[in-house]
Design a protein. Sequence first.
Length: 317
Amino acid sequence: MVVKRDVNSSRLDFTAKAGWLYYIAGNSQDEIAHKLGVSRQTAQRLVSRAVSQGLIKIRLDHAVGDCMELGARLSARYGLKFVEVIPSDPQVQTATAGLAQAAAAEIERRLASEKPLVIAIGTGHTLKAAIEEMVPFDAPHHKIVSLTGNITREGSVWFYNVVFKMADLITAKCFPMPVPVIASSQQERATLHSQPGIRQTLGLAARADVAFVGVGDIGPQGALFIDGFIAKDELALLQKAGAVGEIVGWTFDKEGKLIKGITNDRVASAPIPSCDRTLVIGVAKGERKLPALHGALRGRLINGLITDAVTAEKLLM
């Protein structure tokens, strides 16, 4: 069962963030407005409300305060442009709990921008759950592009594809990637990528303003293997080559360097957007994802992160 976000709780979280930014991090109200994506007047009201609601005392009396401190440390450690750390709930062990809601809120915030944006979307369990949290949105001035192939080895549409679900919710131009995640050969990939429609999608992906991607592990429970995109022998070869994680099908090692050959020479998904051009936000949490997250952060495959407090603490060790 998907738990819908509590509106009052979300508002309190937002107020607490404003209070932390002003009273603890020393941001001006203009800086708070920019970071939270609100007007200066709204930022001023949020800061005042943080005091009136008793959130600001000697310290920020809210779990968000600890999360924002962790986020600031992560940003400093890895040079991140965006960090969202959510409280951890030890009673809830699912991979998407809390994370899906946080990702949904950030996607909605980007969609609310009046500036036309190219928003690139990966796929997977967490991002699918995030889209299911969203409400219908009228944003015809934006373009939404899929980074990941949508077709399984057997030719069916991948259940955890995201862009089609977004197209049902968002009034915007959506550009799918109607190719397999991993092609059967380099020649097949070259043929697919030569098609005019695919070339257009690849071009849009390369110049995305913001991208939301899952960060997967290379193991027997990893999506790449569980969902049938790589075989058992390929999994073993990737592990032997030092692969620890994958983003939109591209595998990488503990330093964030892409693995040579094996499956990377057949990945039909778009290349991971460059962090020099795009804000690439990784969405992941949990012990199993730690090696992949470490690699993605070290190699600057991502420059944004949505995770939980426990994972954040371990990434700082």
